[in-house]
Design a protein around this ligand. Structure first.
Ligand code: GDD
Ligand code: MG
Length: 360
């Protein structure tokens, strides 16, 4: 039996009006809530019991994922009244684990899409007889991550969350948000108060001489913190750049969900998803994008690497490039929205209201 804790609480999962009206882990990537991919990938690696550590909007998860039987696993939910932080959430969720004190427990950040060999990480953990084994990725700019230098044997020598100064940035190895804990180590995390596993638990374990092992695996790895990354993840899932058993359909240039209507001469490419009941007009081009359920992309519109929220509409000939359109928003005809543009849920942008100028 392999057990795992999936962290899906915290500020990042709150309602975010600049994206869509849904907690992030439930926003569909390649047609299903993003978390479905993490659960399906874990199940495929032999995980058979997952405890989901939830906090904000906890009530949305259980109706969708149920008892986990659709994934061939047992899924349980724990809800924090107040966010307990990553470490506090792990400690709290561990009360539902069934394994013995020496057994390995997987922990996943809920906002990562990764091709990590999960069972390989558990094997390494056992071979090294480590207290905690961390998957490490490499990042050119580690400032948004946990920095994890290791010695020649892979033993973790320090853990610096969100390093800022050049003196702190001593390596390009970052915490990739997947760990294997020896169960008894989780039980040493204080209970009943917020604890950051990154800022408190890892540093204090290191100070106490614990064996933390870092495994660098250069594999597909994407942190979905930004909407652009989310759109990229969805496109990669659709194209099969990263494999997930949860993608509902064949891999290819586009995934068109049942009930969507796509004009014959519309062009869908680069891993685009068209949600249920969405409509794509004649001559429209949608590339590398996520168009959620019930949205409308009018004729001649051009949607590139963008997220169009549920029920939103994109007017005739409008061009989106790297934009995020909130649920129910209406972008009129002949607009041009470029990278970084965020349209609030339900907002209305009139026809020909916005364009980008190349004026110097
Ligand atoms: N249940 C619960 N309660 N979950 C939480 C809480 C909490 O209070 N706080 C955070 N989480 C969950 C988030 O939902 C997310 O899935 C995960 O824990 C990590 O939290 P983030 O807020 O996304 O942290 P981050 O992205 O800034 O940094 C983390 O991930 C990086 C990799 O993407 C750290 O673990 C870094 O060290 C790491 O490099
Ligand atoms: Mg994150």
């Amino acid at each position: 039996m392999t057990e795992a804790i999936l962290l899906v609480g915290g500020q990042g999962t709150r309602l975010r009006p600049v994206t869509v009206n849904t907690p992030k882990p439930m926003v569909p990537a390649a047609g299903v809530p993003f978390l479905a991919h993490q659960i399906a990938r874990a199940a495929a690696a032999g995980v058979d019991h997952i405890v989901m550590a939830t906090c904000y909007l906890a009530e949305v998860f259980e109706p969708y994922f149920g008892d986990g039987s659709a994934y061939g696993i047992t899924l349980e939910y724990v809800v924090e009244d107040e966010p307990l932080g990553t470490g506090g959430a792990i400690r709290n969720a561990a009360e539902r684990l069934r394994c013995g004190p020496d057994e390995p427990v997987l922990v996943f950040n809920g906002d990562i899409l990764t091709g990590l060999d999960i069972s390989g990480l558990v094997d390494t953990h056992r071979q090294m007889d480590a207290d905690v084994t961390l998957h490490l990725a490499k990042a050119d700019d580690p400032r948004a991550f946990g920095l994890v230098p290791t010695d020649v044997d892979g033993r973790v020598t320090a853990f610096t969350e969100k390093p800022q100064t050049p003196e702190e940035i001593v390596t390009d190895q970052i915490n990739a948000g997947c760990y294997v804990f020896r169960r008894s180590v989780i039980d040493t995390i204080p209970s009943g108060r917020p604890v950051s596993v990154e800022r408190e638990t890892f540093p204090s374990l290191l100070a106490g001489g614990a064996h933390l092992h870092g495994k660098v695996e250069n594999t597909y790895w994407l942190d979905l913190g930004k909407p652009e990354a989310f759109v990229q993840a969805s496109a990669d899932l659709v194209r099969g750049v990263i494999d997930s058993p949860a993608v509902p359909g064949r891999r290819g240039e586009a995934l068109v969900l049942p009930g969507a209507q796509v004009a014959e001469d519309a062009r869908l490419a680069d891993g685009t998803v068209i949600g249920a009941g969405a409509r794509i007009g004649a001559g429209a081009v949608v590339q590398g994008s996520v168009v959620l359920d019930g949205a409308v992309v009018a004729s001649g519109a051009h949607v590139d690497e963008s997220l169009v929220g549920a029920g939103a509409s994109i007017g005739l000939r409008t061009r989106l490039q790297g934009a995020v359109i909130g649920d129910g928003a209406r972008v009129g005809a002949d607009n041009e929205l470029r990278a970084g543009a965020r349209v609030w849920c339900e907002a209305v942008l009139p026809d020909a209201a916005l364009r980008f100028s190349s004026d110097r």
